[in-house]
Design a protein around this ligand. Structure first.
Ligand code: VAH
Length: 311
């Protein structure tokens, strides 16, 4: 049975992935860690440790103490925050990743860390973005994600660490709101629709980005980590997506449930610039072919579920 140590357990992905993994593998087999405590189910409902991922020794010691055979490394600063504090983002995103990879190498753990559509840049083909293509991101977050992909592939080819990763699109969820991302607008819009039947978007009209509902993201992590390694032609990291949407397309869908919903724009040049440097719609056929990736939620199904849950 897998014994998993997860970093960033109180974040947008971590707070749901921890609960899902505990359901699948057993509560005591999933050790959640984060830089601070909270009164959430993640902390109260199973093994929890305080861990600053820039502390290499503690990362090693906790993994050894719990005899973990799998590391899921999520702790990171997201794109918009990383543009405000690029050096801090480098230190946390790359320092934390190296510590996690080194621990996985030393203790023989399987390894997962997310990449992102942020690993692509303005010179990447914007539509049907291929699995293998040019990656010259112009954000610190993107530099971190491309470096992370290359480093994770290196640990696989040089040291035999079973590293695997997903290039996540924007993730939409209702349990823990994201912090410091560029795609956060696609989460905020649902909360504001329920609260005020109105939302002012910091991302401009016609700005398409890949998105996915959190349940599909959680299943993708588990399916990838359970996949037969012999079938994997790629490892770090697979394109995955469920839909390509813009503020006005989400609005159209929300209006089917809240007809009076009003959308306005107050574009944030920094996050708009980041969004425009990313693809409009990526191609996820490698993930489908190599380990059976399939998203269950489209925009209509996600919108119905989000509005029900946020209410
Ligand atoms: C961000 N939510 O906005 C993250 C993600 C593709 C977007 O990487 O930075």
């Amino acid at each position: 049975m897998k014994k998993i140590l997860l970093t960033g357990a109180l974040g947008q992905i971590g707070s749901e992935l921890t609960m899902k993994l505990r359901e699948v593998y057993g509560t005591d087999n999933v050790i959640a860690t984060d830089i601070r405590e909270s009164d959430s189910e993640v902390v109260k409902g199973g093994p929890f440790e305080i861990l600053d991922v820039t502390d290499a020794q503690k990362m090693h010691d906790l993994t050894k103490k719990h005899d973990a055979d799998t590391i899921i490394h999520l702790a990171a600063l997201l794109s918009a925050t990383a543009e405000k504090k690029p050096l801090l983002a480098w230190n946390i995103n790359m320092g934390g990743l190296v510590n996690a990879l080194e621990t996985a190498r030393e203790l023989g753990c399987q390894f997962f860390t997310p990449s992102s559509i942020g690993a692509f840049g303005p010179s990447t083909p914007k539509d049907a973005t291929p699995q293998d293509t040019i990656q010259r991101p112009t954000t610190m977050y993107g530099v971190n994600k491309v470096s992370g992909e290359l480093l994770s592939d290196y640990y696989y080819s040089r040291f035999g660490v079973d590293t695997r990763g997903l290039r996540f699109p924007g993730l939409i969820s209702y349990v823990t709101q994201p912090g410091g991302g560029t795609t956060d607008y696609a989460v905020e819009i649902y909360y504001e629709a329920v609260k005020k039947a109105a939302y002012t978007s910091y991302i401009g009209e016609g700005t398409y980005m890949d998105m996915m509902y959190m349940p599909d993201a959680l299943n993708a992590v588990i399916d990838l980590m359970e996949a037969d390694p012999a079938k994997l032609k790629h490892r770090n990291s697979f394109n995955v997506t469920a839909m390509s949407i813009a503020p006005e397309t989400i609005t159209e869908e929300i209006r089917k449930h809240i007809p009076e919903f009003e959308l306005s724009y107050d574009v944030d040049p920094v996050r708009q610039g980041i969004a425009e440097s990313w693809p409009n719609a990526i191609d996820a056929s490698a993930a489908s072919e190599e380990w059976g990736f399939k998203a269950e939620y489209d925009l209509a199904k996600m919108t119905k579920d989000m509005l029900d849950k946020v209410k």
